[in-house]
Design a protein around this ligand. Structure first.
Ligand SMILES: [Fe+2]
Length: 346
């Protein structure tokens, strides 16, 4: 492509006259906003090992009482976006949240969608619009936009979970805000809405609630589905399941997509180049994430992020045990906007 004139090629007086009138010449920035062939993401490949962040998260428990934090979170910030912007990618926010025994993170609701992937601990629960969602390691709990949620802890050990939100996008849209709530009365547990595999209520009238009726995906169920798939579909390119809205069959949230992948013993899986950034979090086992300029050796509870169109190969070097990886990506949003694409990873 032709190299274009720069700002400095223009006389200073002309540039000053433009600036006074709030005008900007496009051509010096044209290649930045429309780079040829491939986006130029600020998102960098990055790994957050859990054993390095956990002591600092526990220290936060000593330093700041929950009443002074409301949500005690260390944000997994991508330096490519500037740490102060608290983004893992342009769309995804990641935070590691700590709740100590007996603590309560008060009820609120906000416009960004959130999910929790439970990392460690027992006997905590999230209440979402009156539904009690137990938090056990590997469970995925949804708190979609506008739904009241609070976190309680009746156990004896710290509970930690990974928050994934579309906060950077919603904030960029100037649509981000929170409303404080009051302590919710529990009206049932999330299991009440888990109708059964492939079985959902038949609506008489069009269902009014736009949200996923299933707010908690138990890890034992997702793990079982992956194990069954590995047995029943041994020739599948990848053993991966997506968390969906069972009533519509669509992604469980509108903007970020969530899935779990099983790497079989000794498996190497090369993904296509994708137009969406991706987050990987190891639920069980070990995996190497090979991407541009990096080989991330990940173990249980580690989290990493790769930018759009990055080459990604996932390797389970263990010959005896499978590895289970939780994946978050921006494909639901990109597909709705007609922006999603894949290319072969040569
Ligand atoms: Fe929240």
């Amino acid at each position: 492509m032709e190299e274009l004139a720069t700002l400095e090629d223009l006389p200073q007086e002309y540039r000053d006259n433009l600036e006074k009138l709030n005008l900007v010449p496009l051509w010096p920035s044209l290649r930045d906003v429309l780079p040829p062939e491939t986006p130029q993401p600020k998102t960098k490949p990055i790994l957050w090992p859990y054993d390095t962040l956990r002591p600092l998260l526990m220290q936060a428990g000593d330093l700041t009482p929950i009443e002074k934090a409301e949500r005690r979170v260390l944000v997994l910030a991508n330096p490519g976006h500037g740490l102060e912007n608290m983004r893992a990618s342009s769309v995804m926010y990641l935070g590691m949240q700590l709740l100590l025994p007996g603590e309560w993170a008060p009820s609120h609701r906000h416009t960004p969608n959130a999910v929790r992937m439970i990392v460690e601990g027992n006997n905590a629960y999230t209440t979402v619009n009156g539904q009690k969602c137990p938090m056990e390691r590997g469970d995925l709990i949804l708190t979609p936009t506008g739904m009241w949620h609070e976190h309680s802890h009746e156990g004896t050990e710290p509970v930690v979970w990974l928050d994934v939100l579309d906060l950077p996008l919603v904030y960029f849209m100037e649509a981000s805000y929170v409303q404080p709530g009051v302590h919710q009365n529990i009206q049932g547990t999330s299991a009440d809405t888990a109708y059964g595999p492939g079985i959902v209520p038949t609506p008489v009238f069009t269902r009014q609630n736009p949200h996923n009726p299933l707010l908690r995906f138990a890890w034992k169920d997702a793990r079982k589905a992956l194990e069954n798939m590995a047995v029943n579909q041994p020739d599948a390119e990848s053993i991966q399941v997506t968390y969906i809205n069972p009533e519509t069959g669509t992604d469980c949230q509108n903007i970020i997509g969530f899935s779990s992948l099983m790497l079989r013993p000794n498996e190497t899986l090369t993904l296509p180049l994708r137009s969406s950034a991706m987050v990987f979090h190891v639920i069980e086992g070990q995996a190497q994430v090979q991407t541009t300029g990096n080989n991330f050796d990940m173990t249980q509870s580690d989290t990493s992020c790769v930018p759009c169109f990055a080459p990604v190969t996932l390797v389970n070097k263990n010959g005896d045990k499978p590895t289970f990886i939780f994946i978050a990506d921006e494909s639901p949003l990109q597909k709705k906007l007609g922006l999603y694409s894949e290319r072969p990873n040569k």
